[in-house]
Design a protein around this ligand. Sequence first.
Ligand SMILES: [Zn+2]
Length: 339
Amino acid sequence: MIWKILSPKVLTSEERPDNLTKDTQAKVKVTQILLSNTELRAYCGTPKPKYPFVPGRFAVGVVGEAGSACVKVEKNTRVFIHDSVPCGSCDQCLSGDPDSCRNMQIAGVNAEGYMRDFVVADEENLSPLPSAVSDTEALFTGIVAIGEAVIDRLKIAKGSHIAVFGAGELGNILAQLLIYHQAVPILIDSDEQRLKTAAQCGVYYTVKADEDLLPTVERITGGRLAAASVHCSYNGIPLALPFDTTAPGGTVVYTGFSFPEASAQLKNALDKQLTLTSVANDYSDVATAINLLLNKAVNIAPLHLLLSPVSDAAKQFENAANAAEQGQNVPVSVLNMLA
Ligand SMILES: [Zn+2]
């Protein structure tokens, strides 16, 4: 079975056989997928993907059948299915540097997603999961990986204050990773419920994005402002707001799994000689991300993730779309592909 979005807000399913075509492949029974804004935007058609569209970027599963040449996985190995797969045909891929692929195939974004019973994948694109990392935790592997890519870019010193704008799943997890790396995140959002959840995850400084934002950040940083700020996309936060919270000469990183059309007044950034950069779909090490989950560097329990059976998927998508249209932040949830 495979689920497809045929046109905006029309989700359907169909039967499709999945068979191994190479002995380095494995057939994985998908157990859970993450339902995030990526899937929701595809469903709502904002922006419109190429329909029919198979959603589902982050997935975990169990190997049901492994080709004879597989060495990493075997029957019953629990795996994270990589969301980004090198194209195999660009110059970078052909010269043996697939990590720099210029045409990365991203599941549920520009390639077929994982909302299906079975995924046939080369074992290279499967990462076995330690038993201490649950399926639901493992769904966050890609989010942890992008958080780590942001932190690599920041090159922060211990104890640095970092302002993080957007307390959705990415901002929340990034803030937790910053703490793990001994930095001091200041997590900013206009949604108090999200800030409360982040506080329960262990984020000490959570700040409402209102007229007191700047004085509050000044107070927390002893007047120095944040060494760097990170802006997470699709949280309704103006692009120029991080210029205010960043110390002169500091860095502002724009991150997210994609970026909307956007513009900003740059004068403040230029006056302060800020470095502006972005991190999106960086294919940093999946193994590192799984290790961070194993080390409990992030706590997802306070997210109280809703776990819904895939048989209710149409209803879940519809409810999420309605909430988004009313301007609510739709929290990530999990689809149980076995029920
Ligand atoms: Zn390539």
